[in-house]
Design a protein around this ligand. Sequence first.
Ligand SMILES: NC(=O)c1ccc[n+]([C@@H]2O[C@H](COP(=O)([O-])OP(=O)(O)OC[C@H]3O[C@@H](n4cnc5c(N)ncnc54)[C@H](OP(=O)(O)O)[C@@H]3O)[C@@H](O)[C@H]2O)c1
Length: 233
Amino acid sequence: MPLRVMITGGSRGIGRAIALRFARAGAHVAVAARNSTELDAVVKEIDAAGGKGRAQQMNVADHGTVEAGVFRSVEFLGGAIDLLVNCAGVFDVKPLARMDLATWNRNIDVNLNGPFYVTLEALDALLAGHRPMIVNVASIAARRGFAGNAAYCASKWGLRGFSEAIRLDLAPQGVRVTTLYPGPTDTTIFDKVPGDWDRSKMQKPEAAAEAVWQAYHAPEGAPIDDVDVPPLT
Ligand SMILES: NC(=O)c1ccc[n+]([C@@H]2O[C@H](COP(=O)([O-])OP(=O)(O)OC[C@H]3O[C@@H](n4cnc5c(N)ncnc54)[C@H](OP(=O)(O)O)[C@@H]3O)[C@@H](O)[C@H]2O)c1
């Protein structure tokens, strides 16, 4: 039976790489994001890689679109989710003295409230899944502070707390919950963020995708742990 995977933020960057990693093994993958043109392009790539893709337009910060989008994704996946990846995210760099409410709220809404909404709506389908797992894509900014990152760090530390707490809630029901801590990774997230980024020295999104693949396929009974992203060998 093909793996049934749902990935928010699956249209670009790390989410897209995860989608293609699982597609290469024949998975059925629902990818969710706001931009439908980019989603459609990834679905074509998923199908070409040997999987079966579905584009699901969704704003993870808007509970109404999450409810509808998860419902349709679960329909596409045949009623169950084996792997949910909460990957949709935004990144703003703004020192506190220049912080505004819109920036703060955007980071909290997308990076923290989003995974909560999606997980809540997907829970029944996960409970029906095979060796179900939730991967919450945090960041090294969930482990330490970075200048100019108050909103981003707060959202990712919040996500880390959410992830560790629901790991305990869901363990008795057999749902594994893991938190992924990527370091700087060469994706479009840096396109609009001012800064002296040397993207040639960053991780490739495929390294994060491989880490998620390994986490899902950990042997039965292996401890569920946080996942760092080692370089690809
Ligand atoms: N790149 C890094 O260095 C790095 C490091 C650590 C952690 N991360 C985390 O990894 C995740 C993926 O980042 P990335 O680097 O792959 O970024 P990216 O290339 O900018 O991709 C972000 C993805 O999230 C989607 N997204 C953004 N806002 C959304 C919303 N409100 N609703 C639904 N989808 C939304 C985007 O699609 P739309 O814009 O079309 O919605 C896109 O698919 C994020 O959570 C990020 O914080 C990244």
